[in-house]
Design a protein around this ligand. Sequence first.
Ligand SMILES: Nc1nc2c(ncn2[C@@H]2O[C@H](COP(=O)(O)OP(=O)(O)OP(=O)(O)O)[C@@H](O)[C@H]2O)c(=O)[nH]1
Ligand SMILES: [Mg+2]
Length: 515
Amino acid sequence: MHMQTYAERHMTNHAEDFSLSEELDETASWDETDDAVSEADDFESGYAEDDYVSPDGDDPEASTGALDLAERHQLRRVAGLRTELEDITEVEYRQLRLEKVVLVGVWTEGTVQDAENSLAELALLAETAGAEVLEGIYQRRQNPDPATYVGRGKVDAIREIVQATGADTVICDGELAPSQLRNLEDRVKVKVVDRTALILDIFAQHAKSKEGKAQVELAQLNYMKQRLRGWGGNLSRQVGGRVAGGAGIGGRGPGETKIETDRRRINDRIAKLRRDLKALRGTRQTMRQERRRNQVPSVAIAGYTNAGKSSLLNRLTGAGVLVEDALFATLDPTTRRTQTKDGRVYTMSDTVGFVRHLPHQLVEAFRSTLEEVADADLIVHVVDGSHPDPEGQLSAVREVLADIGAGDVPELVVVNKTDLADPLVVQRLLRSEPHSVAVSARTGAGIAEAVTAIEGDLPRPAYTFDALVPYARGDLVDRIHRDGEIDDLEHTADGTRIKGRATEALAGELSAYAV
Ligand SMILES: Nc1nc2c(ncn2[C@@H]2O[C@H](COP(=O)(O)OP(=O)(O)OP(=O)(O)O)[C@@H](O)[C@H]2O)c(=O)[nH]1
Ligand SMILES: [Mg+2]
């Protein structure tokens, strides 16, 4: 898509229009307090039918393959409106149908450059979700307004921009309280969504596997549950008027009873998704245990979205994973078996990209996927050296890593896109990150060094041995090549004399031939 060019193409900086001196704003708030959802999740009730995910479904490790872009874009248009509950989720999330949007940010700290980067990222997210960005504006304020996010005086200015540009949606650069969304909608007269909803929408569009879809839906429902009442009134107006053409879904007036029903159904659905995910997790754990039993080392490629993680996996293993200039192209982890130069087998996995302020609902829902990162023997942390703020991306990723318990896993920083990046920036990153290499996944520059660094970081087999393996046991020699490390090998009259390191199981078998 439009990575580097967005800002030049579209962005209108209205920071000056919005006076830089903080308006001493009205402090009164006209809205009720945010709804707290008191109902506990009901794990026992729920639907008996098992129509969504089944534990024996997709192999979670199977490659999702190179997914055709056209096919994916089609997915977004297919609305499977099967039940009333799905009506809500589909309409609110999968089918946000953001067409023409105005972006609004509140800039509370950092430099002008930070504020612009943040809005440029929001624009990329919006474009990834399928929207056309008409205008991006931000306001300098000490804090977002508790009632309307931007200062109330500025809400009128936004309404004017919306009217002048013909936008149908306003996207705010943060996570807003339900009341803020409602108040803004009331005053700007079009749909208002926040960054969290936008990211959830992209995930919903991109999820392919059963597990991925279930994880995203769980995150969406948790997000929506807190906003039922907040959005109830506006929902019928928005959906009825704009999306559904006044009929069908939008025809329902979501009264208080309706909201209670919806809430109960959401809780039921959440309970079911959790059960399904637990079953899927079982399959995944079995595989992981299998790997661990055989002591196959694992490498997880992690990093900011669009850093080039999938490109690197392809370059290193020929995996053929989807690569796209879009945010969150990869949602379903792909694992590949590969070998060191001396023949040791290890696995390498691609993972979902991270982003600043990754919605906590997503971190929660994707926890089982992310746990694989925490479980890895090495994290290859890919960072886009050509991005305006690579250091910011490194620390945003490390925050998520710490959050999922991967803070202590050894890390190799791979500065990617050196073909595009400013060499001075690359040098700066290599200096500030002591354990790092620079590569271009596109041209292949630096890949050999990266491989050497990765192989050097793999855990070594724990047991040393010195054995004389008879020629009849060629199978053992093969296994030493695959699972062990060879320091010295010599063909003698009586067999192959090998010194090296092996896993516990292999060392046990070799003890019969110990010298
Ligand atoms: N110029 C250049 N572009 C690259 C390089 N590596 C990746 N890209 C491009 O960057 C974009 C993102 O690459 P991906 O490999 O999909 O990135 P990712 O980190 O897997 O992204 P997500 O899965 O969306 O989080 C694609 O357009 C790639 O072609 C590189 O070394 N140089
Ligand atoms: Mg990817």
